[in-house]
Ligand binder design. Structure first.
Ligand SMILES: Nc1nc2c(c(=O)[nH]1)N[C@H]1C(S)=C(S)[C@@H](COP(=O)(O)O)O[C@H]1N2
Ligand SMILES: [Mo]
Length: 419
């Protein structure tokens, strides 16, 4: 199709993409030539944080988002502002964070969604199915927290490399699609001896470099398939390209990176993928060490909560009655309770959950009414899941700055002034 026969928005987004690819591929080529560690490449593409993230405009592929709700770290790393989460459980698409390890594919992939093809391997009857066919094989809806494993990295004093996310690389989203179980059943079951489920992203890879060094391909333990869905709908609307449309793997309870966007291949495998993003990236490795296969992969999320209001960024808080509000989730298990402290964790009070319970993978919003006199306070919250696992005081140190669920790191100083 010639450029002139495409719609104007498509032409514009194509142009923007070429510019972005061009700027990204400079980094890729330079890194390749310099023989840098391959895992630096994807970071070079996606993490170009500058001194003043707030000043950056939204990149064109997400121009439809609410810029007032977001902090743009780079074209591929955009987080939700604390003040934007609201109290209605679900995070609207316009406010949801975005993380692209590679430039997003061309918008043409969502022009005819039903024609999108998924290759399925490692089952008794391997097949390539169109989205149209998947839509007839089963339907499930799940509400789940989508959270980047680097959320809270910005709170690590060690300043690990990567985007210094605060709390906003997360959202609570309703996903609809076909359960992976239903798909497997239709294809005769998982082939014998398989140990992992491996998903491959549909990005177009730049030529001349080893695909393994940059491709987004992740393996998770086979048991993850029980709850996984292949989603085409998000919050009641067709899945936007930025969030993985036309088709995305959703593994409830698992860290963001495992939720492969624009998935083109789902394979049941005996080994984990050799892709760098699996082999070296997203590993819980000791500080100072490069990630390798002996270090745990970033898979299941842990119990976590944070306060969204009041927050220092919204200015001084008038003395008197204050409602402390936030979100809490359990990762793999339902969140059961959340406590709030206004004295830096010396004493705690149980907060009350508000709004509907959207299931064990969703977050719950909480509120605690307190009376505060003028002064400085350190406010904190601490969640406990249905298994009795309590959000810890200290972060688990690791080189990549992953999985920060320390309540102390997430505590905030607020200034209460005479009303
Ligand atoms: N194909 C593909 N899938 C992907 C990624 C990507 O870059 N490409 N990024 C992963 C990471 S690191 C995260 S945190 C989430 C972000 O999802 P979102 O952009 O919809 O918020 O998608 C994951 N799935
Ligand atoms: Mo992520």
């Amino acid at each position: 199709m010639s450029e002139s026969t495409k719609s104007l928005p498509t032409q514009i987004s194509n142009l923007a993409r070429r510019r972005w690819l061009a700027s990204g591929s400079v980094g890729v080529a330079a890194a390749g030539l310099a023989g840098l560690q391959q895992n630096a490449i994807a970071q070079a593409v996606a993490t170009t944080a500058t001194a003043s993230p707030a000043a950056k405009p939204l990149p064109s592929y997400v121009s439809w988002k609410d810029s007032s709700a977001l902090i743009v770290h780079s074209s591929g790393t955009i987080e939700t502002r604390r003040s934007a989460f609201g109290t209605s459980v679900i995070t609207p698409a316009e406010q949801l964070y975005v993380r692209n390890n590679l430039p997003a594919p061309d918008a043409s992939i969502i022009a005819n969604r039903d024609a999108w093809e998924l290759q399925i391997e490692g089952v008794k009857r391997p097949a390539t199915l169109k989205l149209q066919q998947l839509k007839r094989m089963g339907l499930e809806t799940v509400t789940a927290v989508l959270q980047c494993s680097g959320n809270g990295r910005g709170l690590f004093p060690s300043k690990p490399s990567g985007t210094p996310w605060q709390i906003g690389a997360a959202g609570c989203v309703v996903w609809s699609g076909v359960p992976v179980r239903a798909l497997i059943a239709a294809l005769g079951g998982v082939a014998d001896g398989m140990v992992y489920m491996t998903g491959t992203g549909g990005e177009k890879l730049p030529e001349g470099i080893d695909p393994k060094s940059i491709m987004v391909e992740r393996s998770v333990p086979l048991k993850a398939l029980d709850e996984a869905i292949l989603a085409w709908e998000m919050n009641g609307a067709p899945l936007p390209l930025a969030h993985g449309g036309p088709l995305r793997l959703i593994i409830p309870g698992y860290a963001g990176v495992n939720n492969i966007k624009y998935i083109k291949r789902l394979a049941f495998t005996t080994e984990q993928t050799e892709a760098n993003i699996q082999k070296h990236g997203y590993r819980i490795s000791p500080p100072g060490q490069k990630g390798d296969a002996t270090h745990p992969s970033v898979w299941e999320m842990n119990v976590k909560s944070w306060i969204n209001s009041p927050a220092p960024e919204t200015g001084d808080i008038p003395a008197g009655d204050t409602l402390i509000q936030g979100v809490a989730f359990g990762g793999m298990h339902a969140v059961k309770t959340v406590e709030v402290s206004v004295d830096g964790g010396k004493t705690w009070k149980a907060a009350r959950f508000i709004g509907p319970d959207m299931g064990k993978y969703a977050w719950r919003q909480f509120v605690l009414a307190v009376r505060l006199d003028a002064g400085n306070y350190t406010i904190a919250c601490r969640a406990t899941d249905s298994q009795g696992q309590v959000q810890p005081e200290a972060r688990a140190e690791n080189a990549g700055g992953y999985n920060n669920n320390s309540w102390k790191d997430h505590a905030m100083q607020i200034n209460v002034v005479a009303a």
